[in-house]
Ligand binder design. Structure first.
Ligand SMILES: Cc1ncc(COP(=O)(O)O)c(C=O)c1O
Length: 475
């Protein structure tokens, strides 16, 4: 990439070019070994005589900032480039300061280096991504006639994608909504952000599952919204424990995060009735509903809802890739326009190229085939992990029953949270990455235990990974 040089006025042009290039070298934007633009090219770009540039380069060379070699151009010399100057970015008094809330929001460590035996949650198997088909469909969308007019698109998302998702979710989950009720988002996280903007103000109260999925909670906190943790039992969220005055409830009914249970039908109906009585909204994060290995799926809250209180949220992070940042929300008609406006002020719209590619991927039936294929792989991993935990870990861990998703939770039988932390540390040293259940509590720490994800770990490594994990109890 070429360094930026700009000239204002017509005085001392050589001096100006010299000073700007020297600054770029000194503050580290131009690194040692990097070449400066050829003098002829820079002169053309700046509309000056070539000698104006040549003299500036000669001066830089004379002072040792650059070296010129015939045939290989002018490069920044090794001794000239220094680290960026801290003095220009003060961190002491007078520096810009973020609001205090940001100090309490940790950055996720999910993007750390992968482990040899990677049982982390929240990540799918990237090797299962349909690279070939995706490349082919994306190339098609890149053709000039498919690229469209170049103007911004509608915040709700590309119509073919909204229609494709509406059809798919209508069939696979029974979600009753028309394409107009769908808004394409950059994943679940943005869907939650949009709903929060549309429905909530600073100081409002939101209920989340305890233990629960941290990112939406952090988002609410960053907006000045008060978050209340509500306990979860074998049937899911304990509706009777919901405090009054809550304006919105965020739930993961298909696969409670992190414990892994399913919100029972009785609790779903109780939750809807509670929301109606208390004039509250519900965000139904239906993540992992695509991966159900036993039993019949329970109807989504969105379908059971008769009063338009549920916002249904879906994501392609597990079924395709989290890096695509593609998700969607389904809103009751009363919120539709405000949701489009909130999406517009947030980022105008989601990138249209992946949207168009995904629309074709769903329409051609390839997405449904892909889901069947990866579902079989994840089911095999789920069976392997639950079998080994049931056979070899009973003295240490009690598996929480779960019939869906890409991870299982296991509660410690005797060990304290501190002892489990030690097991996780030893495991990490043995190349086995696991997460601790206790860290996902909201009001108080969750029970000591482990979460074992099987999105990232190849089936063939599960047995050895768990054997190593087992050894970590012995020290
Ligand atoms: C509970 C829950 N919801 C949603 C997601 C997906 O989030 P996003 O679509 O923002 O990638 C995850 C990913 O791990 C999750 O655990």
């Amino acid at each position: 990439m070429d360094v930026h040089v700009s000239l204002v006025g017509r005085k001392d042009l050589t001096g100006e070019i010299y000073r700007q290039l020297r600054r770029a070298i000194v503050d580290g934007r131009l690194k040692s070994g990097q070449t400066l633009p050829p003098t002829r090219e820079l002169a053309r770009r700046l509309s000056v005589a070539r000698t104006t540039v040549t003299v500036a380069y000669d001066r830089l060379a004379g002072e040792g900032f650059v070296t010129s070699r015939v045939g290989s151009g002018t490069c920044v010399s090794a001794q000239a480039a220094r680290a960026p100057q801290e003095a220009k970015r003060p961190s002491g008094p007078g520096a810009l300061r973020p609001r205090p809330v940001w100090a309490s929001i940790p950055l996720t460590t999910a993007f750390d280096r992968p482990a040899r035996f990677d049982f982390r949650t929240g990540v799918p198997d990237a090797t299962l991504f349909p690279h070939e088909q995706w490349r082919r469909l994306m190339a098609r969308e890149l053709r000039a006639e498919a690229a469209g007019t170049g103007v911004y698109a509608h915040p709700a998302g590309c119509p073919p994608l909204r229609e494709a998702i509406a059809r798919h979710i209508g069939i696979s989950r029974g979600v009753e909504a028309s394409a107009e009720d769908f808004t394409v988002t950059n994943g679940t996280q943005q869907a939650v952000d949009i709903i929060a903007r549309v429905l909530l103000a600073a100081g409002d109260r939101v209920a989340v599952e305890d233990p629960g999925y941290p990112p939406p909670r952090r988002l609410f906190e960053s907006l000045g919204i008060r978050v209340v943790g509500v306990p979860v039992d074998q049937e899911g969220l304990v509706v009777d424990a919901l405090p009054r005055g809550v304006r919105l409830i965020y739930v993961t009914p298909s696969h409670q995060w992190p414990l892994g249970g399913t919100l029972t039908l009785a609790r779903r109906l109780a939750l809807l009735a509670w929301a109606e009585r208390n004039d509250a909204a519900i965000i139904e994060d239906d993540y992992d509903s695509e991966f159900r290995f036993q039993g019949r799926p329970i109807e989504p809250l969105q379908t059971l809802d008769t009063t338009g209180r549920v916002v249904y949220v879906g994501s392609f992070s597990k079924t395709l890739l989290p890096t695509l940042r593609l998700g969607f929300l389904v809103t009751p008609p009363s919120l539709r326009d405000a949701v489009h406006r909130a999406k517009y002020v947030t980022d105008w719209h989601t990138s249209t190229l992946p949207q168009a590619t995904l629309a074709r991927f769903i329409d051609t039936g390839e997405f449904a085939r892909h889901l069947r294929k990866i579902g079989r792989v994840y089911q095999a991993r789920h069976e392997t992990i639950t079998r080994i935990l049931a056979e070899g870990f009973t003295d240490h861990l009690e598996l929480v029953p779960s019939a869906a998703g890409l991870h299982v939770a296991a509660v410690a039988r005797r060990a304290s949270a501190g002892e489990i932390a030690e097991v996780a540390r030893r495991a990490s040293r043995a190349g086995v990455e696991v997460q601790q259940l206790s860290t996902f509590g909201v009001a108080a720490p969750a029970p000591p235990g482990l979460l074992l994800g099987y999105g990232a770990i190849p089936t063939a490594r599960i047995e050895e990974g768990l054997r190593r994990l087992r050894a970590c109890w012995e020290g």
